[in-house]
Design a protein around this ligand. Structure first.
Ligand code: NAD
Length: 501
């Protein structure tokens, strides 16, 4: 099945069928060449209404399926995704510009593993044991799905983000309408087709494509949507929360990040330098957990930055479809120019650029490419250290004491992920406890596993993706109490209205 034949019927997946959107037409540009790759007819708000209606209808039966029944079809979905691994990787690379090695070895297997995990986790929803917590009554906990989930996803990991949003929601018995980024709808649409072929009933998963202003806000405020699950920038997350607040709708927000990478003076220099390059340039640095601020204890600073610059200079930037390419283009020319702007302004303010800091020319000139970049000498207060650049750019700053290093790591609005590099158990434990982030890696940066939660502190949002914790996001807890005291006037009634002759 090619992408063209799959989407010939249109770029919407509603009630188990691909169909043409009724909104405006947009052109998707290949970021590696700057050429138009595809025309997409977006959904209009009527299409969103259709998708929410289909999801609402499907909810009645899907929410009542047993965990075992839901688990069976999600298992089959994992194998349908696996069968399509080559196609998914190719489409993911074509639409984002990420290297085919990353799509093939990270995005696709991660997605298949996520589906396998949630197939199992669907059967593991637990709560308090039933019991008599008050006199005369037996209490039990029911964990129930919420309803139709409206979900909105970003462009950086379109397939994995679709999986992270859809899988826990449906494993818990909800149905979903997902709006992927308008820049990258392809793999979410393929995911939905795989789900249909796996036997997931029509209407359980719906994909509508279009912009945030065009259809995203309509989805968020739709009265048929019970909860909004959003991954994207902090600015848009705030807007979504504001919109959802009008009907006191439940929200789950996975927002931006500005991960610190703290190198103590007893760290293995080679390991830290390799970890920093991989952690900073993964997915073109367009990763909410990417290493962006390296704080390096003074004795190691010069050696660390020299080695990172040397390794960055060796990174192969080029055609993302080439197996030998380490780094493809960024998502768009506009975004590349935004990234370059941060570096230019830092340079103009006196920072040094030890590696990269430019868009390669020659045969890559037409694409949205940018070399891996290391910046030193930018102060803690500068925008390149404080704001989300979302490109392959690492800013390095020295620190003296451990207290200072950890304080600098925490001196940010964000709190999604962080790492600390040290051979000391005390420093490892201290960093793990004191860095305010949803994930702290020690002597590692980036690896994620389906069993462990992903989610932010502070302006990086709240709620967890992946792991059993994400199932909690998509369920309501209900207390059911069975009164067992058969008397008509119970003891506690006497507190409210005394029994009188
Ligand atoms: P974005 O916030 O611009 O867009 C995300 C999604 O929101 C898109 O689908 C977009 O169409 C939609 N949207 C935009 N405005 C909207 C509105 N007013 N109402 C409803 N929907 C709207 O983010 P992006 O540029 O696509 O992605 C990059 C951002 O995502 C970065 O900030 C990154 O850190 C973040 N991100 C976070 C995580 C995480 O797990 N915390 C994961 C990946 C990406």
């Amino acid at each position: 099945m090619t992408q063209e034949t799959t989407f010939a019927a249109g770029h919407q997946f509603i009630d188990g069928r691909y169909r043409q959107g009724r909104g405006g037409e947009a052109k998707r540009v290949n970021p590696a060449t700057g050429e138009v790759a595809e025309c997409i007819r977006y959904a209009d708000i009527g299409d969103v209404d259709d998708a929410v209606t289909a999801a609402g209808r499907a909810y009645h039966t899907w929410s009542r399926a047993t965990p075992g029944e839901r688990s069976d079809v999600i298992h089959r979905l994992a194998s349908e995704l696996d069968k399509r691994a080559g196609q998914l990787a190719a489409v993911e690379t074509a639409q984002t510009g990420k290297s085919i090695r990353l799509s093939t070895r990270f995005d696709v297997p991660g997605t298949v593993d996520n589906a396998s995990f949630f197939a199992g986790a669907a059967r593991q929803l637990t709560g308090l044991a039933a019991g008599e917590y008050g006199a005369g009554g037996t209490s039990m906990i029911r964990r129930e799905p919420i309803g139709v989930i409206g979900s909105i996803a970003p462009w950086n990991y379109p397939l994995q983000m679709a999986a992270w949003k859809i899988l826990p929601a449906i494993a818990a018995g909800n149905t979903i309408v997902l709006k992927p980024s308008e820049l990258t709808p392809g793999t979410a649409l393929l995911f939905a087709g795989a789900a249909r072929d796996a036997g997931i009933p029509d209407g359980v998963i719906n994909i509508v494509t279009g912009t945030g202003a065009g259809i995203g806000e309509h989805l968020v405020t739709h009265p048929g949507v019970a909860m909004v699950s959003f991954t994207g920038s902090t600015a848009v997350g705030r807007r979504i929360m504001e919109l959802a607040s009008r009907s006191a709708k439940r929200v789950h927000l996975e927002l931006g990040g500005k991960a610190p990478f703290v190198v103590f003076d007893d760290a293995g220099l080679e390991a830290a330098a390799h970890g920093a390059v991989a952690g900073a340039i993964i997915n073109g640095g367009q990763d909410c957990t990417a290493a962006t601020r390296a704080y390096v204890q003074a004795p190691l600073f010069d050696a660390f930055t020299a080695r990172v610059a040397e390794l960055m200079d060796r990174v192969v930037v080029g055609d993302p479809a080439d197996e030998d390419t380490d780094l493809g283009p960024l998502i768009s020319h506009t975004h590349r120019d935004r990234v370059a702007g941060f570096v230019e302004r830092a340079r103009a303010a006196g920072a040094k650029v030890l590696a990269g800091g430019y868009a390669p020319g020659g045969e890559l000139a037409a694409g949205a490419f940018y070399r891996p970049t290391l910046v030193t000498g930018a102060p803690q207060e500068s925008e390149i250290v404080r704001e989300e650049v979302f490109g392959p750019v690492l800013a390095a700053l020295p620190f003296e004491s451990d207290d200072e290093g950890l304080a600098l790591a925490n001196d940010t609005a964000y709190g999604l992920a962080a790492s600390a590099w040290t051979r000391s158990l005390d420093r490892s434990l201290r960093a793990g406890a004191e860095i305010q982030a949803g994930c702290v890696w020690i002597n590692e940066h980036i690896p994620i596993v389906s069993e462990m939660p992903h989610g932010g502190y502070k302006a990086s949002g709240f709620g967890k993706d992946m792991s059993a914790y994400s199932l909690e996001e998509y369920t309501n807890i209900k207390h059911v109490m069975l009164g067992r005291d058969k008397s008509t006037h119970k003891d506690w009634h006497d507190t409210v209205f005394r029994q009188r002759a």
